[in-house]
Write a protein that binds this ligand. Sequence first.
Ligand code: HEM
Length: 370
Amino acid sequence: MAISKDLVDGPREVDMHQLQMLIGIDIYFLQINILQWMTRAALEMVGQSGLGYSFDSLSDEESENTYTKSVKELLSTIQQFKFYQEFLLPILIKMGTPKLRRVLLDLFPSKRIQKIKKIIDILDTTSIGILDGKKQALEKGDEAVEHQVGQGKDIISILMNANMAASERDRLEKKEVLGQVMISNYCSRGLIFAAMDTTSNALSRTLFILAQHPEAQEKLRQEIREARELYGEIPHDELMTLPYLDAICREILRLSKKDAVVPLSTPIKGHDGKIPTSGGLMCWNGSPSAGYLLFRKQSWKPGYPESTLICRMTFNDGGRSCIGFKFSQLEMKVVLSVLIDHFRFSPGKEEIIWQMGAVTIPTLKGKPGT
Ligand code: HEM
């Protein structure tokens, strides 16, 4: 995706060099990998608020660390292994002892499996390091906790604190706490896994669609700039209720593969005829065409009952619903309000294909896996 940084109001057909000389403002055009930056931003945000840990200073491209790369590669790599995941893995994880399984895994003659193993090892070691650091700080007391990112107010610190105070019977084992950080058999998705690709891909998709629709991008920019003029830093409540920003975020999370009427008054049945109880429906995957109409008409009015469509279809409902529903909406709005104010987005040279899966992943046309 290409971005330009300028302070000129409104899109214009002009000779940029001439304009730059005329107004004395630097205008840059840059082709960047938006997904990479959104992933780093999403990881840093869940890192600080969920784990009280900073993974990435977001300072320059080089600083993307191995952990960030590994988390990002995990989903796209395991998505190529649906068969192993669904049929073989449940059998394999019950075979022999963990030590034996590890030896067999080390010997498994597949480059891709070895790649997944390496990714999981990096994620595991880092997550254990984070938890150990937190435990030590909690044991040392308030002053040590104060020095940590998040000052002990992050989700994992609160969980660990409660866990340390719990009776032996109720206490979670270390591996269960670890599962809350990333991913494990004990908790299908931990915070990082659940928060990173979902939000970063939704943000990338929003910018992708705004790049394809400059008039919508401009309208959003105007709304954000007006709010900035009024408030300076836009306060939380005002940011959350900016009508056009809200309409765009809702629309992105509503995108479906094709137009469909979903009768919410009657139970929705899956392919097997059963009513899904968990992980059944996700509606935000798919081509932009289906959802864009609504976005253009701006028919998401403020106050539209969000517990209906977005919550049920995108974040799931009931006991296994997404705990990050509000967090992800806030995150999207904060990031968009800063980026759209400072940069103009236009499509890059390469064609993007959105690969369907548990989370939709953008890839370059003709280069799957990129
Ligand atoms: C656009 C962004 C997001 C979407 C579309 C999304 C969607 C979902 C969905 C559909 C589920 C249910 C999965 C299932 O039933 O197995 C889920 C679960 C979950 N989400 Fe999100 N999510 C998003 C962002 C986040 C964020 C930012 C966080 C954390 C801050 C988060 C934390 C979780 C957790 C911990 C679960 C597991 C709940 C459980 O298993 O009980 N999600 N999410």
